[in-house]
Design a protein around this ligand. Structure first.
Ligand code: ASP
Length: 332
């Protein structure tokens, strides 16, 4: 586990170019304020995503970003990789089902103009993020749910697929044996992919997609398709995405809070820390209440923080590609 100081060093990679520019200006005797305000987009393109599966997703996003493509295309292409991976049991195909054995998916997407689209409680579609994008682009609405979302997807040419893999079916059958059919939050069952990116033009976009909490009540929808909870972005400020117990993120409008804190001057790291503190102060019982946030500001600076140990993020830009461990408040 990296110390807080080490993490901040890594997080500050995003501001390296800004610092270099400042140093150069000072050597030349130029007015620093003029150079620094408004801030220079230090690192672009850049893509960040949640958890280890983010590494492969970032690679797909990078294919788009490195060729001058839009952040919107990048985040869609990126998270589709995770959605289509049958070995991943928390997103898309192969996701763990609800307590009745149905795989139900939630996803949302947002672009630099604050256009957004989302689907919730969607069954049988492998890539809900692309359905969310269609909701954004082809309808006057933001969020479609359930059968309506499924019918819309089929109308748009998406194929109906059985998303329950043998491995996830077995896991569910094992869970049924001693669960007494009680939905429970535990540390293993939340691993949404959330991705935020800045493209060559300096525009931000974000995507978030999940099969939600394993063995949830049929019909339960988490934070991941809810703009302002699971994902939020303001192109003038930055973007944030959440993972973990969706109910806690919804209660506190988590991602919107992170972006608003950045708007009011917090660094991405400070903003994530304050949103985590907010969640902790609003919940008396923090048992298994894991929540993690990633934030990215307009300059390409980023941060991440979680309630419990273990959250990590995948980071990719021109000079860096690796996992970064988030700092946290509690040990399990
Ligand atoms: N946030 C998701 C939900 O509550 C779970 C996750 O992060 O995997 O549905």
């Amino acid at each position: 586990m990296k110390s807080r100081r080490e993490f901040i060093k890594i997080g500050a990679i995003g501001s390296a170019a800004l610092i270099t520019q400042t140093a150069c200006a000072s050597e030349k005797g130029e007015d620093l304020e003029e150079i620094l305000i408004p801030p220079v987009a230090a690192i672009k393109p850049i893509v960040l995503s949640t958890w280890n599966h983010g590494l492969d997703a970032n690679k797909a996003a990078w294919e788009v970003l490195s060729q001058g493509g839009s952040a919107l295309d990048a985040v869609e292409q990126g998270v589709r990789v995770t959605e289509s991976d049958p070995t991943n049991q928390s997103v898309g195909l192969g996701g763990l089902p609800d307590r009745d054995g149905n795989v139900t998916l939630d996803a949302c997407i947002i672009d630099h103009n604050s256009n957004c689209g989302a689907v919730a409680f969607l069954q049988y579609i492998e890539n809900p993020i692309s359905v969310a994008r269609k909701v954004m682009e082809d309808t006057p609405h933001v969020l479609l749910a359930g059968v309506g979302a499924l019918n819309f997807a089929l109308e748009k040419g998406f194929e109906k697929t059985n998303l329950l893999t043998e491995k996830s079916k077995q896991a569910w059958e094992n869970w049924l044996k001693d669960s007494e059919y009680e939905p429970q939050i535990n540390s293993e069952n939340h691993d949404t992919i959330g991705m935020i990116a800045i493209d060559e033009s300096g525009n931000l976009s974000g995507a978030c997609t999940t099969s939600g909490m394993a063995y949830k009540l049929h019909g339960r929808v988490g934070d991941s398709p809810i703009i302002a909870a699971g994902l939020f972005l303001d192109n003038e400020v930055g973007a944030a995405v959440a993972t973990g117990v969706g109910e806690a993120v919804i209660r506190t409008a988590g991602s919107a809070i992170v972006v608003e804190l950045m708007r009011h001057g917090k660094t991405p790291q400070e903003a994530c820390e304050e949103a985590v503190a907010r969640i902790m102060s609003k919940h008396k019982d923090l048992t298994n209440m894991q929540v993690g946030f990633i934030a990215l500001n307009k300059n390409g600076e980023y941060g991440c923080h979680s309630v419990y140990a273990g959250f990590n993020i995948a980071v990719k830009h021109n000079d860096f590609e690796d996992m970064v461990d988030a700092q946290y408040e509690l040990e399990w």
